[in-house]
Design a protein around this ligand. Structure first.
Ligand SMILES: [Zn+2]
Ligand SMILES: [Zn+2]
Length: 74
């Protein structure tokens, strides 16, 4: 049994709407792909709860946020 992230694997699309300008937000990728201060945090969350944390951003107004996607069984 393998847990995969539906967003990383292209099974789901980002449905988030930017609170700043109302445009659809873009997936900036999983945070575990980013080096830096978030790495320990995202690793802990992923291990415990099977979430994949993604960075979403708005290409119109440059707002960004993090959102946890629930992993699914492949
Ligand atoms: Zn993911
Ligand atoms: Zn925006």
């Amino acid at each position: 049994m393998e847990m995969i992230c539906p967003l990383c694997n292209g099974l789901e699309q980002v449905g988030e709407i930017c609170p700043g300008c109302g445009q659809k937000m873009t997936d900036g990728g999983a945070l575990r792909n980013y080096a830096g201060p978030y790495a320990p945090y995202t690793e802990a969350v992923e291990r415990n709860r099977c979430f994949c944390i993604h960075l979403l951003y708005c290409s119109y107004c440059h707002y960004d946020k993090r959102k946890a996607w629930t992993m699914i069984v492949k």
